[in-house]
Design a protein around this ligand. Structure first.
Ligand SMILES: [Ca+2]
Ligand SMILES: [Ca+2]
Ligand SMILES: [Ca+2]
Length: 489
């Protein structure tokens, strides 16, 4: 039997939905790549500017020919599999086009005999072209990942091993995670690289699985366990600050009636150096879901259950700076992520809403709605990738200030009016709202060749523009050109 995606709401991995969500609506338009055949209407000549302007007046060169949609989806369905492929986590390394998505099948994370439903895969995706590349097989219910050099480390919720994918050779190896008595550490979850290059692996099984320690330190060079920390409670994701582990702990000290705490832990001595209680309704079995550094010595923390607040933590003074109260009825926030425009996006898991918090004013707006169990978000090169756990796809949004290269007049399509605007700027002067959009080859210089390349692309199957195209995104580098609507990513 193959279960449909709505069944996932009852078997939703480490995040448990309290009730079945209803009324999901499809709202993403599919993304169409530029079809060169329709642009092959004229052969390129070195047009004088006046002729270009006249061309624009000709009937038939309709702008809608080259219309682009701003959102995209990437199907994660595995053709040879009868099992749905539900995304959980997205990672990529800075400066790299390739990203990685952990895919589970229709599974329950706590003990049902559901092996037949497992899709225990990591999908490699080119985040610029949105094309799928390689698929790697890992353990049961892969969740969290971290990239260290050419190694992708993966934890799997129902597997006691840390998986390592060599991205050069595609080889997959696994290492059992054991406590100091040799017992398995189960329900592996958060995984981070330390400032000194070790891999710290957390368990959201706490000590309930019979293990003595639930943070395991793994050395990727010697490929061995080099340390263990006892942090009683359940860990989902954690972080580093000033050479200290910052660990949100659910059910601290294995107490199911206790509110979560944020603990600062010295990795050498295992001593707790500071502790901050997270004030939420404990009758809802709250569990920290995510902690994200905001890059200014503070972090945002979200909780699954017990609160619809996002907690703002001062990592230096180890105090609560305040909180943002989200609208809506969902008390399950799965992920919090800073964007590049001094805002935060927060995923409401059940309501399917991405809230956007303005960090300067505290104002909260809706970034997107109608999503189906948004479980993770990832920002890369001006695009926001969203994993919806109830769907077999990633949804892609253009981030704040994103632009389409070649779309000089920023009307979301590329047509003759774009090179006309470029040429007007070059020869007649004036302003361009986004110079980067006119910099066809992304060499941080605006000249005639950019406009000619755009004309060749439109009329004689010339090369397509440099990233970001055809979906919008951010400029990959260079400060010589300005883009008012765009921001530096
Ligand atoms: Ca345009
Ligand atoms: Ca250029
Ligand atoms: Ca550039």
């Amino acid at each position: 039997m193959i279960r449909k995606s709505e069944d996932l709401l009852e078997d939703d991995g480490p995040f448990h939905a309290p009730s079945r969500a209803k009324g999901f609506a499809m709202r993403f338009s599919f993304f169409h790549f530029h079809d060169p055949s329709i642009s092959d209407v004229l052969t390129y000549r070195p047009f004088p500017i006046l002729f270009i302007v006249m061309l624009a007046l000709l009937p038939g060169l309709d702008a809608s020919l080259f219309a682009q949609n701003t959102n995209a989806t990437i199907s994660l369905s595995i053709p040879e599999s009868l099992v749905d492929a539900h995304p959980y986590r997205i990672v990529s390394a800075p400066g790299e086009e390739l990203g990685y998505v952990s895919l589970s099948g229709d599974v329950t994370p706590f003990g049902e005999a559901v092996e037949d439903y497992a899709n225990n895969l990591i999908q490699e995706i080119n985040l610029h072209t949105l094309e799928k590349v390689r698929v790697f097989q890992v353990g049961f219910f892969p969740t969290e990942m971290v990239i260290v050099g050419q190694q992708l480390f993966v934890t799997c919720s129902n597997d006691n091993s840390l998986y390592s994918i060599n991205l050069d050779t595609s080889n997959v190896t696994s290492f059992p995670m054991t406590d100091s008595s040799g017992a398995d550490v189960s329900f592996l979850s958060g995984i981070v690289e330390s400032p000194t290059g070790e891999i710290y692996v957390g368990s959201n099984g706490g000590n309930f699985d019979g293990s003595d320690e639930n943070v395991i330190v793994f050395d990727p060079v010697s490929q061995s366990i080099v340390g263990r920390l006892n942090v009683p409670g359940a860990i989902t994701r954690f972080s580093w600050h000033n050479n200290q582990l910052v660990i949100p702990v659910g059910y601290p000290d294995n107490d199911f009636s206790a509110a979560p705490v944020l603990r600062w832990i010295d990795p050498v001595t295992s001593m707790v150096t500071a502790e901050l209680p997270i004030s939420v309704d404990t009758s809802d079995f709250p569990m920290p879901s995510d902690i994200t550094s905001l890059g200014d010595g503070t972090a945002a923390l979200t909780v699954i259950g017990g609160s619809n607040e996002v907690f703002h933590i001062d990592l230096e003074s180890q105090t609560l700076l305040g909180n943002w109260t989200l609208p809506g009825t969902d008390y399950l926030q799965s992920r919090v992520l800073p964007l590049n425009d001094n805002t935060l996006v927060v995923a409401d898991f059940i309501d399917g809403v991405l809230h956007q918090i303005d960090l300067a004013t505290g104002d909260i707006e809706t970034f997107a709605s109608g999503l189906q169990l948004p479980v993770d978000m990832h920002l890369r090169d001006g695009r926001l990738f969203v994993a919806e756990q109830a769907l077999e796809q990633l949804s892609v949004f253009v981030g704040p200030g994103g632009f389409i290269r070649g779309d000089v007049n920023n009307d979301q399509m590329i047509d003759i009016s774009d090179p006309i605007m470029s040429l007007g700027y070059l020869f007649l002067g004036g302003d361009l709202a986004c110079q980067d959009a006119a910099d066809y080859n992304d060499d941080e210089s605006l000249d005639l060749s950019d406009a000619i390349s755009l004309l060749e692309f439109l009329f004689s199957m010339g090369d397509s523009p440099a990233y970001p195209y055809p979906l919008g995104g951010g400029d990959l580098g260079g400060d010589d050109l300005d883009c008012e609507q765009g921001l530096d990513f």
